[in-house]
Design a protein around this ligand. Structure first.
Ligand code: UD1
Length: 430
């Protein structure tokens, strides 16, 4: 299993190119199931989760090819061509879906196009119970008949296919919004999704569906109005930049000090997180080709933050913020309201000397003067990158074990940080 070794204490200076958003690329790839024509996606990040989903889609019968490297693209990712001429298999098996939760989102589109689907209940990061009740109630509202059989969701559309309906989510869910949006694209008539997730990745998928011929109103708002079509066309779409990767590197620069341009990043995708970062004393400027983050000399000021659905502070940046707060000049408070068990990094940060108290959904972080390097264990995707940030700040050597979590969601992390002066290397243990 690979490990990452970091020798902390160096400032970050330079340019970090921001990749395409994993959380948009995945549902966009799934949208290819809705058409027999070709869907071309540009700026797809090269990640383990993307490769796994490509395998799952190929198993359903999707033809998938990747264009070769292009010389002129610095921060642009890969170009995928996906064609689901026929869906030859409507089952998404346990061995695949259990490894990545987002693959459960094939349920809506396969059901809508084929009239039936059998998809394993999902797995994914161990960050608390992550039910799928909202996905299922949304699809039921479109007329689906749903049973659970031996760990699989078995869904059937009524004769004549899914029909548009009003879906009111009692709670904001990114995944349930994707699943129902993708199904509604091929349902007869109008679907209105209320209390839809407003995350930019949902908007990116909706914009791609519009290119595929679906009329959608309210993109970016919590009410989506979708006019389903029985045939969707192919399209060409560019994946938006990854706001979580952007925030992660922004927090890393604030933690180590330095001056970095996050090339290709957009402030509009993470205003709340950047506002929090500004409160800690970092300087943030929007430049023509990205966002520049600077912190020189001054200490880190403590803050109080609560995670919320977009446009609030993202839960996917909570662990990274906590790493930054470990050496703040005072006491910070972070409340996690989205996932109940998303504090697994706390124990590992404590191994580096962080002073963090947990009470239910609230972490109180008393800033310490120095962290000290130590071996730590990555537990989930975002938690593991918080350990990298802490390692960059800590005196001496930190080794992060189980980095396969990182490879699921961060493209070329050690190379991007290394180019900015970090002493970071991957140790492969074949
Ligand atoms: C997505 C993101 C993940 C992010 C999360 C919240 C992707 C691939 N993953 O995950 O990175 O952390 O949004 O921003 O885009 N819930 C239910 N019933 C359901 C579905 C969800 O109760 O049927 C609950 C969850 O347990 C959680 C909350 O709703 O407490 C939000 O989850 P959700 O937005 O669905 O997260 P994901 O789509 O899994």
């Amino acid at each position: 299993m690979d490990r990452i070794k970091i020798t902390g204490g160096r400032k970050l200076e330079g340019i970090i190119p921001i990749s395409g958003a994993k959380n948009a690329a995945l549902p966009l790839m799934i949208a290819s199931l809705l058409t027999a024509d070709r869907l071309t996606l540009k700026n797809v990040p090269n990640l383990a989760d993307v490769a796994l989903l490509a395998r799952i889609l190929r198993n359903h019968g999707v033809d998938h090819s990747i264009e070769g490297k292009r010389a002129s693209t610095t921060h642009l990712g890969e170009t995928f061509h996906l064609t689901a001429r026929d869906i030859v298999d409507t089952t998404a098996p346990y061995e695949m879906v259990s490894r990545m939760r987002a693959s459960f989102w094939v349920l809506g589109p396969i059901l809508a196009r084929m009239g039936k689907a059998r998809v394993s209940l999902p797995g994914g990061c161990a960050i608390g119970t992550r039910p799928v009740d909202l996905h299922l109630s949304g699809l039921k509202a479109l007329g689906a008949e749903i049973d659970i059989d031996a760990g699989y969701v078995v869904a059937k559309a009524p004769r004549g296919g899914l029909r548009g309906a009003r879906v009111v989510f009692p709670k904001v869910s990114v995944g349930a919004t994707h699943n129902v949006l993708l199904a509604a694209a091929m349902a007869r008539g109008e679907t209105v999704i209320e209390n839809a997730a407003r995350e930019p990745e949902v908007g990116d998928v909706a914009s791609c569906l519009v290119k595929m011929g679906v009329a959608i109103e309210g993109i970016g708002s919590s009410t989506l109005r979708i006019q389903g079509r029985d045939r969707l066309e192919g399209a060409v779409h560019t994946v938006l930049p990854d706001r979580i990767e952007t925030g992660t590197f922004a927090f890393a620069v604030a933690a180590t000090g330095g001056d970095v341009l996050l090339e290709g990043a957009r402030t509009s995708l993470l205003e709340t997180a950047l506002a929090a970062l500004a409160q800690t004393g970092a300087e943030i400027t929007e430049e023509r080709d990205g966002i520049r983050i600077r912190r020189n000399g001054s200490g880190v000021d403590p803050i109080t933050v609560e995670t919320q659905p977009f446009p609030g502070f993202p839960t996917d940046l909570q662990a990274q913020l906590m790493a930054l707060m470990t050496t703040a000049r005072g006491t910070s408070v972070i409340r996690e309201t989205i996932f109940e068990n998303r504090f697994m990094h706390v124990q590992e940060l404590a191994r580096l000397g962080a002073d963090i108290q947990l009470h239910g959904d609230t972490a109180t972080i008393r800033g310490v003067k120095h962290l000290r390097g130590a071996p730590v264990m990555a537990t989930d995707l975002r938690a593991s990158v918080s350990l990298v940030i802490a390692g960059l700040v800590a005196d001496g050597e930190t080794t992060v074990n189980r980095v396969y979590h990182l490879d699921r969601g961060f493209e070329r992390l050690e190379e991007k940080l290394g180019r900015c002066g970090a002493a970071i290397e991957r140790l492969s243990s074949g």
